[in-house]
Design a protein around this ligand. Structure first.
Ligand code: PLP
Length: 448
């Protein structure tokens, strides 16, 4: 077994050759050389055709699609007769499948935490369009966790009769907080269907679907192993899948559809949800990518991320201006307890005024450091972290000139004086101490 430092040299040689400090693993993992080479070798030696045909090249492609499905189930320890894997373009498309098909009614409810990604937030529009109630559960500073009694209060209260959906991220892409997977059992015991957004969790944590049984799990593979992009999945309990009502049909999703007879019959199981031609050339690389992770070991990756996150946080929060003012204010837990390798913060000057996150990004880019700034498609996390209130937002959104159009610059002016974003640094499987030091050196440049 290669050490992770050896792996960095052999699989990601460009990082050190180009002197690049990559600290944006929450956005996407890096592409390992051997995975691309293995995939390319397959494409050079096999003839794969559109699996919707019945010819030999189609059958060969179907074989790889089936193998990819099995590999995903095995990776997550999900029983093949209980769970289905629906391949999508990304986690977002998997979320959309659930949102558009969930049987929301006026007596239904959609419950979600504040720190969801926009691709989960967007489901509220499907819920509202069908008259369902939408409720957000706040996360609380400084750790940005949910108060246990609060979530319990929401989950145990009786519903209105319609089906109820509870959605949350297993790990927040804003704060790195890992919310309890125990919420799944609690919610299900009180009649909720559970949608677990695992996109930021699965790259560095084991998700055991033999132990945890949410109804729907979504994620993107490029976040897990960097290659290929353009493939994600919805892993769903077959029983939960049967409750979904697709709003349309498409090529690949039906057994029979007729023009003159004006009727269609949806295919059962995964096929009924995979719109159009699957990404059949990329799918063989999913099995290879999962094998790649298994060879390294998800526990080893998890341990590496913890090992890098702790010094990153401790060094960052220790930085002080000459007058004793702390340089950084973090949004999320400062200890390694129940958190991932995503560290979000803003820098402040010696008077305690925020330093524009765009300036930090500019300086980082000049130093060949890739990090992320803004709100990371997680507006609820941003609003809590930055203390932007509902009243402020509503007065901004209700200005006549903002009825249909609002640029990010308009938004900045609107919530005058407050920071509209933050800086996010995230570590991954081949982050090393030098990466952490390079970032801390960058932060030090803002000290006065
Ligand atoms: C927690 C979380 N959910 C969902 C998504 C959406 O993933 P994708 O853009 O691959 O659809 C992301 C992407 O950053 C994420 O971090």
């Amino acid at each position: 077994m290669l050490s992770l430092d050896d792996l960095r040299r052999s699989e990601y040689p460009l990082l050190d050759q180009r002197g690049h400090v990559y600290l944006d693993y929450t956005a996407g993992n890096l592409c390992p050389l051997s995975l691309v080479e293995r995939h390319l070798a397959l494409l050079k030696t096999d003839i794969l055709g559109n699996p919707h045909s019945g010819n030999p090249t189609a059958s060969r492609a179907s074989e790889f699609v089936d193998r990819a499905r099995s590999a995903v189930l095995n990776f997550f320890n999900a029983a093949h007769d209980e769970w289905a894997v629906i391949f999508t373009a990304n986690a977002t498309q998997a979320l959309k499948l659930v949102g558009e098909s969930y049987p929301f009614t006026p007596t239904s409810e959609f419950l979600l935490t504040f720190d969801n990604h926009n691709s989960v937030n967007g489901i509220r529009e499907y819920a509202r369009a069908r008259g369902a109630g939408v409720t957000y559960v706040p996360v609380v500073l400084p750790d940005m966790r949910v108060e246990p009694s609060e979530i319990e209060g929401y989950l145990v209260r009786p519903g209105g009769g319609g089906r109820r959906l509870f959605a949350y991220p297993a790990q927040s892409n804003f704060s790195g907080v890992q919310h309890p997977l125990e919420w799944i059992d609690l919610a299900k015991n009180h009649g909720w269907d559970v949608l677990l957004d695992a996109a930021a969790f699965t790259p560095t944590n084991r998700l055991d679907l033999g132990r945890w049984r949410p109804d729907f799990v979504v994620q993107s593979f490029y976040k897990m192993f960097g290659y290929p992009t353009g493939v994600g999945c919805l892993v769903a309990r077959r029983e939960a899948l049967r409750r979904l009502r697709r709003p349309w049909f498409a090529g690949g999703t039906i057994t029979v559809a007729s023009v003159q007879g004006d009727k269609y019959y949806l295919a059962e199981g995964e096929a009924g949800f995979e719109d159009g031609t699957p990404n059949y050339l990329a799918l063989p690389a999913i099995e290879m990518g999962l094998e790649y992770l298994q060879t390294i070991g998800i526990e080893a990756i998890h341990a590496r991320v913890r090992e890098m996150t702790d010094p990153l946080i401790q060094q960052l929060v220790a930085l002080q201006h000459a007058n004793g003012q702390p340089l950084a204010r973090m949004y999320g837990p400062r200890s390694n307890d129940r958190r991932g390798g995503t560290v979000t913060f803003n820098l402040y000057d010696r008077q305690g005024l925020p330093i524009d996150h765009r300036l930090v990004e500019e300086q980082a880019s000049a130093a060949n450091i890739s990090l992320r700034t803004g709100c990371f498609c997680n507006p609820g996390g941003g609003e809590i972290a930055l203390g932007i209130t509902g009243t402020e937002l509503s007065s901004c959104f209700h200005q006549p000139e903002h009825e249909t159009h609002l640029t990010i610059d308009d938004f900045r002016l609107c919530i005058d004086g407050k920071s509209t974003g933050a800086v996010r640094v995230s570590v991954g499987l081949v982050t090393n101490a030098a990466d952490v030091s390079a970032f801390i050196a960058l932060a030090r440049r803002f000290l006065l």
